[in-house]
Design a protein around this ligand. Structure first.
Ligand SMILES: Nc1ncnc2c1ncn2[C@@H]1O[C@H](COP(=O)(O)OP(=O)(O)OP(=O)(O)O)[C@@H](O)[C@H]1O
Length: 387
């Protein structure tokens, strides 16, 4: 699939931007701070309903404006779809599909498919578990948009359960009469059921991603692997790891529900003391290893970059195998890479259906990615006509 038009209104630095796009490579070039990343951030938001740079929506709306509107015309084979999203910080976002209002934002998931490479990807390797959970969850949702609903439901149940635990903890501290535990039982069941579905989706994703990530790492940094992707579940218990007991079989849905329900029962006393949910997919992590060593804390800067690239390339390979080819977005990545990795990456992505590249220094972009070019400056996005 590819985008044929992108439109931003009151998004980031843009009062308004209209960009005609085509298949192949498109480069956005211009000095620092002119709005190149803002453009591709908008594309990423339409695909994931989130930004790769910030966790809240407020910074996405142009200073002084109330809401931002993103629009894209998406072409997949002969089919064209118009997706529109109104970003309303602090309130529910609104969506339109082919000018119909009868859709929720999450109904747009799966229409714009992207794999976005950005300097922030280094956090995948070096950052907190939340970064890796987001990576997994965005990818499970791209593979199966229905999971967007499961994630939203998990967040909702977790929030409710946490507020219940918080009041229980407060009551306890003030010598109150404990809480009615039957209410908590109901939320436990709910959390276990929805959480198990999310965990199984993540595990299934990792199964598919492993060979692709290892192959991609070998392509980016020959001889440096193997890459090991290991799911660390909060249900594994203290000190779990190498010798941890294997979980239920992948298709054993009820086994995962029981595992999570059991872990919640076991953690209940501590949870009531602390006033927060201590087990569940929101506490899980993805352990990344290069050979025997964990990447976090051990890998060099260059190795960490190669691993982050490999994870994105593997994501691209997987989505392309399983459905319409995603749009590749390379945001400011070439400046971060040495010449060898830069050329390797360019070779690997040059034949993609659509590649959107941003760069402050055009010379950083390898020639093999020559294509359409836009100059971005002073809030304007202007096409550069060759010759
Ligand atoms: N909500 C907002 N309202 C107004 N301006 C904003 C908003 N958010 C960001 N900006 C402005 O957008 C600019 C940054 O744009 P962007 O990150 O796209 O730059 P860039 O062209 O990719 O730069 P670089 O080459 O340095 O990465 C900054 O000048 C910032 O002040």
């Amino acid at each position: 699939m590819h985008l044929t038009h992108l439109s931003l209104a009151d998004f980031r630095s843009y009062a308004r931007a209209e960009v005609e796009l085509g298949p192949g490579v498109t480069c956005f070039v211009g000095p620092n701070g002119q709005g190149k990343t803002n453009l591709v951030e908008g594309v990423g938001y339409l695909a994931t309903l989130g930004s790769h740079r910030v966790s809240s929506d407020a910074p996405l709306v142009r200073m002084g404006a109330e809401r931002a509107v993103l629009r894209a015309m998406v072409r997949e084979g002969e089919r064209q779809q118009l997706v529109e999203l109104e970003v309303n910080p602090g309130r529910a976002n609104r969506a339109r599909l082919n000018r119909s209002n009868q859709v929720r934002p999450r109904d747009l998931l799966g229409i714009v498919r992207t794999v976005l490479f950005a300097p922030e990807d280094l956090r995948l390797v070096k950052g907190d578990p939340a970064e890796r959970r987001r990576f997994l969850d965005e990818l499970v949702t791209a593979r199966a948009p229905r999971l967007g609903g499961v994630r939203a439901e998990y967040e909702r149940v977790l929030k409710q359960r946490n507020s219940l635990l918080k009041s229980a903890a407060m009551a306890r501290r003030h010598g109150g009469r404990g809480m009615d535990l039957s209410t908590l039982d109901v939320w436990d069941q709910h959390l276990a059921r929805v959480g198990a579905e999310l965990v199984r989706a993540r595990l299934g994703l990792l199964e598919a991603l492993r060979p692709l990530a290892d192959k991609a790492y070998e392509e980016v940094a020959p001889g440096g692997g193997p890459v090991v992707l290991e799911y660390r579940a909060s249900t594994d218990g203290e000190g779990a790891g190498e010798g941890a007991a294997a979980g239920p079989a992948p298709d054993d849905r009820e086994g995962y529900v029981a595992l999570l329900a059991g872990a919640l029962a076991e953690a209940r006393k501590r949870e009531i003391e602390r006033g927060v949910t201590l087990v569940g997919p929101h506490r899980d992590d993805l352990l990344l290893r290069l050979g025997a060593l964990p990447a976090k804390g051990y890998a060099s800067h260059g190795e960490s970059w190669s691993l982050a690239l490999a994870l994105r390339l593997a994501s691209y390979g997987l989505l392309r195998e399983e459905g319409p080819e995603p749009v590749l977005v390379l945001d400011d990545v070439f400046a971060e890479l040495d010449a060898r990795r830069r050329h390797r990456l360019a070779e690997l992505v040059a034949s993609a259906e659509q590649v959107l590249v941003t760069a402050a220094v055009p010379e950083d972009v390898p020639e093999i990615l020559d294509g359409a070019r836009f100059e971005v400056a002073d809030g304007e996005v202007a096409r550069v006509v060759a010759g």
